[in-house]
Design a protein around this ligand. Structure first.
Ligand SMILES: [Zn+2]
Length: 277
């Protein structure tokens, strides 16, 4: 093949990288932790039929974002009480959580007291499982999620015992998107519908490029392809609007979507202690 054939894709690659570097910040790192597996017997609750996906296992991640101005944890996995117990079967499937998020942070020489900021895509049990450990971190939460989690009428799908220790945390209550460190490298994206104050996270990484952590906007690749909102979502119409918002963001940012529960994706990622920068 002559050199000229190679020129166009290389130029395109450079342009995309340059765009990514424009607002990325050197020294920002994203670490992904294995915070459990959920086995699902029936995908009906996700508004999918058994024929539409053959996936029956959901990966449960935790994330650490290290920025020159501070450390942030995004989602904290399955309940700590499940860690180290082996496979726990129930009527709907099972849970399996090998080593707790706290133990895995300790592997990196960190304790919860070293974490400046804590945020959750939403307050379901499989995202706030270690929340109570982060009482010294500043909580970043949407106003509607705060109300649903700590207000008078707690969302019936939330398990307050898992996060109530955060009630007195210093907090920043948000009502929309939020540029966490003020430099565009880490941006909370308001995408309500799965829960009232559900949010995703845009990361502009210098070498990896732009990545969006989905929260539970989608649980399965088929949820994205077929635009399906689980039956337990707080608002199906809002969910579809949020899907449109994220799909437009991915396009505009040339970003890669990481569906948090996508086990097949997780198997391709470099987990802790590796990191993405
Ligand atoms: Zn959820």
């Amino acid at each position: 093949m002559s050199r000229s054939f190679l020129t166009i894709p290389i130029i395109a690659g450079v342009l995309i990288l340059t765009g990514a570097c424009a607002r990325s910040v050197d020294g920002v790192r994203l670490t992904v932790f294995d915070c459990g597996i959920i086995g699902v017997n029936d995908v009906g609750a996700f508004s999918l039929t058994g024929d539409e996906t053959d996936v029956r296992e959901l990966f449960v991640p935790c994330y650490l974002i290290e920025h020159p101005s501070g450390r942030m944890v995004w989602d904290t996995g399955l309940p700590l009480s499940m860690a180290g117990k082996g496979r726990l079967d129930d009527e709907e499937g099972y849970h399996l959580y090998d080593r707790s998020f706290i133990e895995q942070l300790a592997d990196l020489g960190l304790t919860p007291a070293d974490i400046d900021l804590v945020a959750f895509s939403h307050m379901h049990y499989d995202h706030v499982g270690a929340a109570n450990a982060f009482t010294r971190s500043r909580l970043l939460i949407q106003d509607r999620e705060y109300e649903a989690a700590f207000g008078e009428n707690v969302n019936p799908y939330f398990v307050p015992d898992l996060y109530l220790a955060l009630a007195d945390n210093e907090r920043l209550v948000l009502s929309g998107d939020h540029d966490v460190f003020g430099d565009g490298s880490v941006v909370i994206i308001s995408v309500p519908g799965h829960t009232p104050g559900h949010q995703a996270l845009l990361l502009r990484l210098a070498n990896t490029g732009n990545v969006v952590l989905s929260g539970d906007l989608y649980h399965f690749r088929a949820s994205r392809a077929l635009r399906r909102a689980p039956v337990f979502n707080s608002d199906a119409t809002e969910t579809l609007r949020s899907m449109d918002k994220v799909e437009a963001l991915l396009e505009a940012e040339q970003a890669t979507l990481w569906i948090e529960h996508d086990k097949a994706l997780a198997e391709t990622l470099a987990l802790a202690p590796s990191y993405y920068d």
